[in-house]
Design a protein around this ligand. Structure first.
Ligand code: ADP
Ligand code: MG
Length: 310
């Protein structure tokens, strides 16, 4: 911890708040596990029990720039939302602590890396994709039943609990959803202000004037993720190469301009393609819900793998 926090400590010697002290007293911080827009996540150990954890260190200044708030309860909303959730495919949270320069979120350590690392190298065989997708859907159904919208589902925020081997079925690793940084509780008046995140995963209605925070947003993202897992490439891209005359990303998304060319999709089942189309339905009021998706034929066909929907 001394080595890794050296830079930080020298920057604000004498400025450590109670929160910073609490974190450094209780945990030993180790190597970085990953990085996002607002945070860096490091490995950690609970000193007293030697239990390994993951510690997300959010830069308060960046967060203020994003949400316009210095209010630590707003910055900690990620912690408070995660605290309400107890599901095998959602990362568990242990501590949420405001510090002087950073906010710390202490979570369950997930060791298998991001789903992103796998899908950026391989397309998944349909049965593997279904195995992981059923776990994601089970987690999203559970969040939605708790009136929580994740809002940033993408392969970078979906972790695997252990190593993944394409040749092994069923996979020994399971999915763990992380990063509730822009998540919200649904309800009246939950409007989305500034657009942040990765536009490739934005639902069509996010480009509209009035952006309401709805469960349908997550269902669209699940569609994009399933497309990527099965197709091996993203449905929408922002490379606006003049030669390919590809329309602007926003236009591709708002018009639902994706297709299933035979070169990539001829061996994929009709049911899988149908589910992608039901998820990636431009009109959010017609888009499939998590409850409906749980009884979709492609999902039901994977029953008996230990994942349940309730
Ligand atoms: P941001 O809000 O900045 O995107 P994330 O919460 O997504 O931050 O964390 C950044 C990265 O850290 C993730 O993409 C992932 O690689 C890694 N990570 C997040 N949570 C965990 C965890 N519980 N265990 C292991 N690695 C994690
Ligand atoms: Mg992230």
């Amino acid at each position: 911890f001394f080595r890794l926090n050296h830079e930080a400590c020298t920057q604000f010697v004498g400025e450590m708040s109670m929160g910073d002290k609490f974190i450094f007293q209780k945990y030993t911080l180790g190597d970085p596990l990953g990085k996002g827009n607002f945070g860096i996540v490091r490995e950690g150990i609970v000193k007293e029990t030697q239990m390994p954890v993951a510690v997300k260190i959010i830069d308060n200044v960046k967060m203020v720039g994003h949400s316009g708030t210095t209010d630590s309860t707003r910055i900690l909303s990620e912690f408070h939302l995660m605290k309400q959730l107890d599901h095998p495919n959602i990362v568990k949270v242990f501590d949420g602590v405001p510090g002087s320069k950073s906010t710390y979120i202490v979570m369950e350590l997930v060791r298998g890396g991001e789903l992103f690392d796998i899908v950026s190298r391989n397309r998944l065989p349909e049965q593997h994709a279904r195995h992981f997708f059923r776990q994601m859907l089970s987690a999203v159904l559970y969040m939605h039943q708790h009136e929580i919208v994740h809002r940033d589902l993408k392969p970078e925020n979906i972790m695997l609990s252990g190593p993944f081997d394409l040749g092994v079925y069923p996979p020994t690793a399971c999915v763990k959803i992380t990063d509730f940084g822009v998540s919200r509780v649904v309800g009246k008046g939950t409007f989305i202000g500034t657009l942040c995140g990765t536009p490739e995963y934005f639902a069509p209605e996010m480009f509209g004037q009035v952006r309401k925070c709805t469960k349908a947003l997550d269902m669209w993202s699940l569609g994009v993720i399933l497309f990527i897992m099965l197709g091996g490439y993203p449905p929408f891209t922002s490379d606006t190469d003049a030669r390919t005359r590809q329309p602007h990303l926003m236009q591709q998304i708002t018009h639902g301009m994706y297709s299933f060319p035979d070169a990539y999709w001829k061996d994929i089942s009709r049911d899988a393609i149908n589910l992608i189309m039901r998820l990636m339905t431009v009109d959010p009021s017609k888009r499939i819900t998590a409850t409906e998706a749980a009884v979709h034929p492609w999902i039901v066909a994977g029953a008996g793998d230990g994942t349940t929907f309730s």
